[in-house]
Design a binder for this molecule. Structure first.
Ligand code: GRG
Length: 291
C-alpha cells in the first residue's frame, strides 16, 4: 500500500504545479478557453508521463517544467483525439469529453492552447545551470510530440481509417502515437540526470518496452474492463474494427507478452544501474493498471 500512497502524493504534487501554472493565465485569456483548458488539464489522470520524467531526473533541479509540459501535451492530444473528427468519444477521465462541454471550436482551441502553453512553460523554465541538458531534453519532447512521433502516428492511424489489419503496422503506429511520448518522458529525464551513453542505451529499451506495454494493457482493459457491455471479447476495437493485440494474439498470449515485456523492462532498468524502488513499482503499475 505504501506505493499507492506514494503514487498519490506524487500525483498531487504534479497537479498542484499544473494548477499553479494555469493560474498564470487566469484573467489574461478568453474565459471559455481558460475553463476548457483547465477542465481537461485538471480532470484527473494518472500523470504517468510527468512522474516518469521526475523519477528519471532524480534530484536534478529544474526538471519540473519538462514534467508539466509533458502532461499539457498529453492532455491536448486526448482532447483532439476525442473530437468527432477523430475518435468521437464522449467520456474521458470519467467525465464528459472537452467538446461535449465546451463545443468543438473551443475544444480544438483549448488543445492548441495547451500545446503552445507547454512550450511557453518549457521556455520560461530554462535553468541557469545545465541549460544544455535542458535544451536537449526539450528537443526530445518536441520531436516525440510532433510529426516524427505522436502526430505522425495519429496521422497514419487516421489514414488507415481505423482499419489496420496487420500487427507490424499496428506496432509502428502505436510506437509513435502512444509510445513516443512515454519514451520521451524517460529519456528527457535521463538526459537531465546526465546518464551515460551505456545507461541511455538500456533506458531506451526500457522506455520502448513500457510504451508498448502501455498500449497493450489499454487493449486488455478494453476487454477485461467492460466486455459484457461492449462485446469486445474478440479483442477488436468495436468502433472501427481495427486489430488489437488481444485480437491478433488471443487473450492468453497477450497476457504472456505483457508479462515478458514487464520482466524485460525491469531487467533494462536494473542494467541501467538505476536503483529506485518507486520506479520499479511504477513499472509494475504501468504493466498492470488493474489496481
Ligand atoms: C490527436 C495528435 C493527436 C494524438 C492523439 C494520445 C493519442 C494520440 C491517442 C490516444 C489513443 C489511446 C486512447 C491510446 C491508449 C493509450 C493511452 C494514450 C491512453 C491514455 O493515456 P493515460 O492512460 O491517460 O495516461 P490518463 O487519463 O491517465 O492521463
Amino acid at each position: 500500500m505504501i506505493f499507492l500512497e506514494e503514487l498519490d502524493r506524487k500525483r498531487a504534487y504534479i497537479e498542484v504545479n499544473l494548477a499553479c501554472r494555469m493560474e498564470e493565465l487566469k484573467g489574461k485569456i478568453p474565459t471559455p478557453l481558460f475553463e476548457s483548458m483547465e477542465y481537461s488539464l485538471l480532470a484527473g489522470g494518472k500523470r504517468i508521463r510527468p512522474m516518469l520524467l521526475l523519477e528519471m531526473a532524480g534530484s536534478m533541479e529544474g526538471s519540473l517544467p519538462l514534467a508539466l509540459a509533458l502532461e499539457m501535451i498529453h492532455t491536448y492530444s486526448l482532447i483532439h483525439d476525442d473530437l468527432p473528427a477523430m475518435d468521437n468519444d464522449s467520456m474521458r477521465r470519467g467525465k464528459p469529453t472537452n467538446h461535449m462541454v465546451y463545443g468543438e471550436q473551443i475544444a480544438i482551441l483549448a488543445g492548441d492552447g495547451l500545446l503552445n502553453f507547454a512550450f511557453e512553460t518549457l521556455l520560461d523554465g530554462i535553468p541557469r545551470s545545465h541549460a544544455d541538458r535542458y535544451l536537449a531534453a526539450m528537443r526530445i519532447v518536441a520531436e516525440a510530440a510532433g510529426v516524427q512521433g505522436m502526430v505522425g502516428g495519429q496521422a497514419d492511424d487516421v489514414q488507415n481509417e481505423g482499419n489496420i489489419q496487420d500487427i507490424d503496422t499496428l506496432e509502428s503506429i502505436n510506437k509513435r502515437k502512444t509510445g513516443a511520448l512515454i519514451k520521451a518522458s524517460v529519456m528527457a529525464g535521463a538526459i537531465m540526470a546526465n546518464k551515460t551513453k551505456e545507461q541511455l542505451k538500456y533506458l531506451e529499451q526500457y522506455s520502448e518496452n513500457i510504451g508498448l506495454v502501455f498500449q497493450i494493457v489499454d487493449d486488455l482493459l478494453d476487454i477485461t474492463g467492460d466486455a459484457s457491455r461492449t462485446g469486445k471479447e474478440t479483442g477488436n476495437d468495436s468502433k472501427n474494427n481495427k486489430i488489437t493485440y488481444p485480437g491478433f494474439y488471443g487473450l492468453e498470449k497477450t497476457v504472456k507478452i505483457v508479462d515478458e515485456l514487464y520482466h524485460q523492462s525491469l531487467d533494462c532498468l536494473h542494467k541501467s544501474g538505476i536503483s529506485n524502488d518507486f520506479l520499479v513499482e511504477l513499472t509494475g503499475f504501468i504493466c498492470n493498471r488493474d489496481y
